[in-house]
Design a protein around this ligand. Structure first.
Ligand code: IVH
Length: 692
């Protein structure tokens, strides 16, 4: 038992915290705490108030049903209050039995009496709304607010494609359909991707949403419907508000199940998992089935809901305070939890991508114990400012990799010297030591030691063996996996050291397949330069670039030694490709691999460098103005530059020719004034064809 003074102090502190977090959650759509933590504080306050009832003031957070009405929206008084559901916190099957037992007791059913029929639904994790239809037309949409008064969000709700603006089929004079507006996980990921791009582009007012529910709530309470429309929302119908009686033309439904069918007939999505169940045993079975499916669902749920099916029985059961006795929410383990960051590591993926990963104190979240969570990339890690020793919110929903959503403000507020260093991405690959490179406009760093890097070994070998590269038949996914895991291949040249005996000794490898592979390896040694170049798996070097490079330089050594400027002279090679090639061949490891492959006997015919395309216009400066009859200005510029000319933006004494089209303006005047030669498109084409 807590003493009174202690209890008073603790209750005041809890009240303050809860009010702050409720405001962040409901009003600002920017929660700082996972729901489960909020619930813990809430339950602690409830317990204190139960022990010391005098602490239960009317303004205590426990005395408020839902959120708060937002400024900026018109208020809507619900004709029928929007209730909440009692939450069964016992997440074991026992929770379902306890509910069934309460219902049976209230209904006065004997132990051997009939089973109660229920409807089992999913508890969607979004935002509850009331949709009012008059004569079948959507006239108003409102959030739940505090259950009595909500916010008018008609404008943003009208952008939700899954909500019919007019009911299908026969519509009663008045009906209010209730349900959950939510965001699918894939839509959420895509939205956040766009948000990150906007932030990267310097848009200060944009933010990354912490979870789909938060993003959905933000979109619904978006005063600008254009912005709401750009945030993809979905909807499930599950409940009823005001409705015309059957005498006045309303539907005559006797069960919750009937209502769901009616909602569906009017054009609403209803939960596809919904099932009828009899008695506790079937409720438990439903809870367990959905627990297994939860990760694979395209949206978040935080539990299931059981509802007594018969509306007559619902009426008999009635309500306690603001919660119906005929329904209960049965939860699953929370998908967000708090834990401590023990370290930050950088992992290298199969394709060389470097990802910062937070090492966590083990935490049970979304049904599994998590010890690693992704921080995505350097920008994200720095934006979230995650440091060793921080307490962070970890989220694991669906089969998505667990991620760090953010740092608790208390952690972030610690003095700098008590926090770990700011994260910076290493400039060397932590696996192989090659340079790690971040290309302009990209968020990820990549290891450039493709052939040498242990993390990329399997991928590199598969790529090398691919049909369009060295075409080594029989060297597939599983075999590469086996060879690498058994340490039989570390780098590409090891492939050519595999003998028949080694191969035939592998699992599931018949003598014949081993022989075929040895032959295929032998045959692959005679190849072509483009295939070899493509097979090296250099970033941005596809098949056709490899061909262009081979044609232009003729010899591999010439390519390996070419400067970026020289590489830029090749058809279709731009700065990104040139830099990628240069960095690749600057890694000593990569050069070694190439040498070793040659030493293994890989060979191809080398040619002479292509005779340089003639540059008849080298040293000449052109300016283009006006609209040309057949070419766009860019096309004309391209042609001139290919012939070696310089194309400038303005006319000066250094200009040799002005190519003038229709409606040429000041540039033409200037050219005439300076005595620069003025030609038309036809003459330009003739010069290109025949020279000056
Ligand atoms: S029925 C009287 N059914 O859970 C019962 N609610 O605390 C009224 N929710 O605000 C609600 N899925 O946002 C019901 N299948 C479902 C639900 C559901 C999610 C949410 C809803 C409501 C909260 C109840």
């Amino acid at each position: 038992m807590t003493t009174r003074e202690d209890a008073t102090r603790e209750a005041a502190a809890l009240g303050e915290q809860l009010r702050r977090h409720a405001h962040l959650y409901y009003v600002l759509d920017a929660p700082e705490l996972p729901d489960a933590e909020y619930d813990k504080l809430f339950q602690r306050l409830q317990a204190l108030e139960a022990e010391h009832p005098e602490l239960r003031t009317s303004d205590s957070p426990t005395q408020r049903v839902g959120g708060k009405v937002l400024e900026g929206f018109a208020k809507v008084r619900h004709k029928v209050p929007m209730l909440s559901i009692r939450t069964e916190t016992d997440i074991t099957p026992g929770g379902a039995s306890a509910f069934d037992a309460r219902v049976r007791k209230e209904l006065g059913l004997a132990e051997d009496g009939p089973q109660v029929e229920y409807v089992c639904e999913l508890k969607f994790d979004g935002l509850a709304v009331n949709l009012r239809y008059e004569q079948g037309v959507l006239v108003q949409a409102a959030t739940r607010g505090d259950g009595e008064i909500g916010e008018d969000v008609t404008q943003s709700i009208r952008t939700v494609q899954q909500i019919p603006l007019r009911l299908h089929g026969h519509a009663p004079p008045v009906v209010e359909v209730r349900g959950e507006v939510y965001m699918r996980r894939d839509d959420f990921e895509a939205l956040n991707e766009r948000q990150r791009e906007k932030i990267a582009a310097g848009q200060k007012n944009e933010k990354v949403f912490v979870n789909p529910r938060n993003a959905a709530a933000g979109a619904v309470r978006q005063l600008d419907p254009a912005i709401a429309a750009s945030r993809p929302l979905s909807f499930f119908a599950y409940g009823l508000g005001e409705v015309s009686s059957p005498e006045q033309g309303g539907p005559d439904c006797a069960t919750q199940f009937d209502w769901l069918q009616q909602f569906h007939a009017w054009g609403f999505p209803i939960g596809t998992q919904t099932q009828r169940a009899r008695g506790a045993i079937e409720l438990i079975a439903f809870h367990e089935t959905i627990a297994r499916q939860r990760d694979a669902l395209p949206y978040d749920i935080d539990g299931v809901v059981y509802k007594v099916d018969s509306l007559e029985l619902q009426r008999r059961l009635g309500f306690v305070s603001r919660e119906p006795r005929w329904a209960v929410a049965h939860k699953y383990p929370a998908q967000e939890q708090l834990t401590e960051v023990l370290g930050i590591e950088v992992q290298v993926g199969r394709t060389g991508k470097l990802t910062p990963v937070a090492k966590l104190a083990p935490i049970f979240v979304g049904g599994v114990t998590v010890t690693n969570a992704t921080l995505h990339n350097e920008d994200e890690a720095r934006r979230k400012d995650v440091r060793v020793g921080d307490t962070v919110i970890v989220r694991r929903a669906g089969d998505v990799i667990p991620e760090v959503v953010g740092v608790l403000p208390e952690s972030a507020a610690r003095p700098a010297q008590q926090r770990g260093p700011v994260f910076t991405m290493p400039r060397k690959c932590p696996v192989c030591g090659s340079d790690a490179l971040r290309e302009e406009g990209e968020v990820d760093y990549r290891c450039t030691g493709g052939l040498f890097c242990g993390a990329q070994r399997k991928e590199a070998i598969l790529h090398f063996a691919a049909r369009r590269a060295l075409d080594i038949e029989g060297l597939g996914d599983r075999l590469v996996e086996q060879l690498v895991d058994a340490n039989l291949i570390r780098t590409l040249p090891d492939l050519y050291k595999l003998g028949f005996t080694t191969l035939a000794g592998l699992d599931r490898m018949a003598d014949k397949s081993a022989k075929n592979l040895v032959d295929a390896l032998e045959a692959s040694k005679k190849t072509t330069l483009p295939r070899f170049l493509f097979g090296l798996g250099i970033r941005h070097i596809g098949e056709s670039t490899a061909k262009d490079l081979a044609k232009h330089f003729g010899k591999l050594d010439a390519i390996m030694d070419a400067t970026e400027e020289q590489l830029l002279e090749v058809n279709d090679v731009g700065p990104v490709v040139a830099k990628s090639l240069r960095t690749f061949f600057d890694q000593p490891h990569n050069r070694e691999v190439v040498e070793q492959l040659r030493a293994c006997g890989l060979n191809w015919e080398e040619g002479e460098p292509a005779t340089r395309a003639p540059k008849p216009l080298a040293g000449k400066t052109f300016v283009i103005t006006g609209t040309l009859p057949t070419l766009s200005r860019d096309e004309a510029k391209d042609k001139l530059e290919t012939a070696g000319a310089k194309v400038a933006g303005s006319v000066s004494k250094k200009t040799d020719y002005l190519v003038a089209g229709a409606e040429a303006g000041s540039k033409l005047d200037k050219a005439l004034e300076l005595g620069v030669a003025v030609i038309d498109e036809a003459r330009m084409l003739e010069i290109l064809e025949n020279g000056l």
